[in-house]
Design a protein around this ligand. Structure first.
Ligand code: SF4
Length: 176
């Protein structure tokens, strides 16, 4: 038997209904945090029918083997969590080098591209340029945000500063 709660005006609401509504809301929240664009473009590239959606801004990061390299990934994830995945999508840089069609199509169809590099070696920018892509915004963590490069891969300092800078660039490209 359904457990009942009352709002005091002679009507009753089934607790199960409330639980169902809560579950739906949680599902919606989870969906907002889903990096949906990559699997969506994968389906499109394979010719699978999908419900058309507006493309987000593509974010590529170097994820290099240094504090600033790793922080390009952590900072980009935090930034996309803040903007929401309707506006930003994280795409695999290595797949661009590998020439994979799904990522290449995703980059081509994106609203714009933000490239995030750890240091002035600019691996993200160079990889994208080499594949024929121009970027709309480019951040070099060690130069533009003055965060010194070291090789402590567990360092998570300055992630908030990095995320804020990436988020600002995502929104600038999204709103242009
Ligand atoms: S840009 Fe710098 S930190 Fe990033 S992968 Fe290249 S060398 Fe490593």
């Amino acid at each position: 038997m359904d457990e009942k709660v009352t709002c005091g005006c002679n009507c009753t609401t089934a607790v199960n209904d409330v639980k169902e509504m809560k579950k739906e809301k949680e599902k919606e929240n989870e969906k907002e945090k889903e990096n949906w664009y990559l699997p969506y473009m994968d389906k499109k590239t394979k010719g699978v029918e999908v419900e058309e959606r507006e493309s987000p801004v593509a974010v590529f990061y170097c994820a290099g083997a240094s504090n600033v390299g790793q922080s390009t990934m952590l900072g980009s994830v935090k930034a996309a969590n803040e903007t929401g995945y309707e506006k930003a999508s994280l795409l695999c840089l290595a797949s661009i080098s590998a020439g994979l069609a799904n990522i290449t199509n995703a980059a081509k169809s994106a609203k714009g591209i933000v490239a995030v590099d750890g240091c002035p070696m600019k691996c993200t920018l160079k990889t994208l340029n080499k594949a024929g892509f121009e970027v709309d915004k480019h951040i070099i963590i060690s130069k533009d945000l003055q965060i010194s490069k070291n090789f402590d891969l567990n360092s998570q300092t300055d992630i908030n500063v990095i995320a804020t800078a990436v988020e600002k660039d995502i929104m600038a490209v999204y709103n242009k």
